[in-house]
Design a protein around this ligand. Structure first.
Ligand code: NCD
Ligand code: ZN
Length: 357
């Protein structure tokens, strides 16, 4: 009898993994019809997210951020809970006192630096870093983090080298000139990025996306051009993907998840001049569990998704939990419908055995 029971138990035994509810420390929620469609995809699994300000027009002032926050909360379906952590888009006209007041009131958790022209809706970003010195000094004084899109825009620099060159030409000089400035290197894509973040002091951290742990540049270009794998910074060669996997699964406190889930409607991705961005909000946790399991590091998934980012931003970990179960492949749709057109979900290229219960 006992024996029989034990074998039944073994047959039905499933592997589960329970984590603190995660945070997404780099997310594009957009606005209007797109916001309505993508917000539930994040809120289903994530408690909070650092919300990127690259709308048109961008979220520059405290007033803009308060209004955007209200629109996000208004778009949240009944019964869902989600806390948007707001950011300001740094321009050469940014007023340091407005930034300081937005921080003091608790409204704003970071300021985002886009080098002008580096990525989607970055045209209002910074051209001459000398013109934002006084803002960075004020941020260092009050401990407000700067989230950095780390790519140079010099057309003479090869797109695959733009992150490494940015570290030498821009990031390191900014950090030396502004001691104490807290910096998040957003969506690092290179071994140089991982090494620089790994060697910094505790004012420095880096986010890593889901898709950069999965794809290298062959996925975009070999055997046909695949626009849904095109994002910025662009995926690099395989040795860089492996370096990112080592960093993400290292357990080091300075590395944490920022999905950079960046929805664009299919007609703008599948286009002669396709938009940059991978939409990963929906299946990120299934993909990450797969990747961390492959690396023998399932025990380090929770620090990466749920603890390290909160600690860097001075937030308590979320009280709630989520559970993932390993079993039959999780069924995700190929696309989600939005009022702005269909958006294709990032396809990791392998079946996803882990699903969030
Ligand atoms: C982002 C977007 O679409 O807003 N695109 C992307 O490829 N990651 C912008 C960004 O984060 O660079
Ligand atoms: Zn982004």
């Amino acid at each position: 009898m006992e024996k029989g029971r034990a074998s039944v138990y073994r047959l039905t035994m499933t592997q589960t993994l329970t984590l603190r509810r995660p945070d997404d420390m780099h997310l594009h929620l957009r606005d209007g019809a797109m916001l309505n469609a993508v917000l539930p995809e994040s809120a289903r699994h994530f408690a909070r997210a650092i919300v990127m300000p690259n709308l048109v027009p961008p979220v520059v002032t405290a007033r803009d951020a308060a209004a955007y926050r209200d629109r996000i909360l208004a778009a949240l379906p009944q019964g869902m809970r989600f806390e948007p952590l707001m950011t300001l888009y740094l321009t050469e006209a940014t007023d340091p006192e407005d930034v300081a007041a937005a921080h003091a009131s608790g409204l704003v958790k970071a300021v985002k630096l886009y080098p002008a022209g580096a990525t989607t809706n970055s045209q209002s970003g910074v051209k001459d870093f000398q013109n934002v010195r006084h803002v960075l000094d004020r941020m260092a004084e009050i401990g407000l983090p700067l989230c950095v899109h780390g790519e140079v825009t010099d057309p003479a620099v090869d797109i695959f080298d733009r992150e490494a060159v940015f570290i030498d030409r821009v990031l390191d000089p900014i950090r030396r000139a502004t001691p104490g400035l807290r910096v998040v290197m957003e969506h690092i894509t290179t071994e140089e990025g991982a090494a620089y973040a790994g060697a910094g002091d505790d004012t420095l951290a880096a986010t890593i996306t889901t898709h950069h742990l999965v794809i290298n540049r062959n996925h975009i270009l070999a055997g046909g051009i695949r626009p849904h794998y095109y994002c910025l910074p662009v995926a690099k060669r395989e040795k860089h993907r492996l370096a990112l996997r080592r960093a993400a699964t290292s357990g080091a406190a300075r590395f944490f998840l920022g999905t950079d889930s960046a929805p664009h409607p299919d007609h703008l991705k599948e286009h002669a001049c396709g938009c940059a961005g991978c939409f990963t909000a929906t299946n990120t946790l299934s993909i990450l569990a797969h990747v961390f399991e492959e690396e023998g590091a399932l025990d380090r998934l929770e620090p990466f998704t749920s603890l390290n980012g909160a600690a860097f931003y001075g937030l308590p970990p979320n009280p709630g939990r989520i559970t993932l179960e390993k079993g039959a492949p999780a069924a995700y749709p190929a696309k989600i419908d939005t009022g702005a057109g269909p958006v294709t979900l990032f396809d990791p290229g392998f079946p996803l055995a882990w699903k969030v219960l």
